[in-house]
Design a protein around this ligand. Structure first.
Ligand SMILES: [Zn+2]
Length: 274
């Protein structure tokens, strides 16, 4: 699932290339994932120009010169491509935009769980999930973080990935943030001390900001986004334990614990995450 560091890297890449560029063609081969009728989206985009690409939580917002916004929530498997038109299309390409600069911007989605909207800027809050989203995880202040977390008594990992609490953190980076903060993902929030809440808040900024330039370095001239997770420290790093180094906590060497309650893989170090 694309999370804040992934989407920020994609956004930075596109903002260097598409701002002010005209859209000359729009194909919508899989209308199913459009929440605004696909033909209306295509009609609105053709002849329009891109403004800045923005992000809120796990949504990318492609602003347009005429005050409309193409809003994409890639959910689990949404992938962006910015390539020459003769580059092979990915399976399940849902949207392909021909640009006046000779490139194509595409969106593909293996499991078709993503959602695409096209609205006037004033109607962005009418998008389901948008209005209920908490503050962005990169923008929330420590004071607001402490206020908001009091309303959530459950397991801390579930709280971090709850977009009504703060937006933009998914399963992978939640594991990384909790590792950075040395907190066990199954701890109840009610058992966390003030100092631990502070450590958790700082770990969000540290972990997300550290990953952004690493991801950004993967995109040179083309964007053909796969999930890059090599740089993560614990999430899905459990390994099979055959190799002495593989699957070990980078801090203390304990074998990383990996379990999947509710089909969601959670990885953590049982020694240094208390
Ligand atoms: Zn450890």
């Amino acid at each position: 699932m694309p999370e804040i560091p992934d989407l920020e890297a994609i956004r930075a890449f596109l903002n260097e290339r598409i701002v002010g560029v005209e859209i000359t063609g729009a194909q919508t081969p899989i209308p199913y994932i459009f929440r605004t009728p696909a033909k209306d989206v295509a009609a609105g985009l053709i002849g329009n120009r891109f403004g800045e690409v923005l992000r809120r939580g796990k949504f990318l917002l492609f602003t347009m010169a005429d005050e409309h916004v193409l809003v994409i929530n890639p959910m689990l498997t949404g992938r962006f491509q910015y390539v020459a038109p003769d580059t092979k299309k990915r399976a399940k390409t849902c949207l392909a935009l021909a640009l006046a600069n000779g490139q194509e911007l595409r969106y593909a989605d293996d499991r078709l769980m993503g959602k695409i909207y096209y609205v006037h800027v004033e109607d962005v809050l009418s998008i389901p999930q948008f209005a209920e989203m908490g503050p962005d995880a990169l923008e929330v202040s420590e004071e607001e973080f402490r206020q908001r977390i009091r309303k959530h008594p459950g397991a801390i990992k579930n709280i971090l990935t709850n977009h009504t609490f703060i937006a933009g953190i998914g399963n992978a980076y939640a594991d990384e943030i909790l590792f950075e903060a040395r907190i066990n993902p199954f701890r109840k929030r009610t058992t966390l001390s003030d100092a631990e809440i502070g450590a958790l808040y700082r770990a969000i900024g540290t972990t997300l900001r550290r990953s952004m330039p690493i991801l950004r370095a993967h995109f040179r001239d083309e964007l053909d986004y796969e999930e890059w997770r090599d740089h993560l420290k614990v999430h899905r790093k459990g390994g099979d334990g055959k190799d002495k180094q593989e699957g070990r906590c980078p801090r203390c060497g304990t074998h990383i614990t990996e379990i999947a309650p509710n089909q969601r893989i959670t990885s953590y170090c049982r020694t240094c995450q208390r």
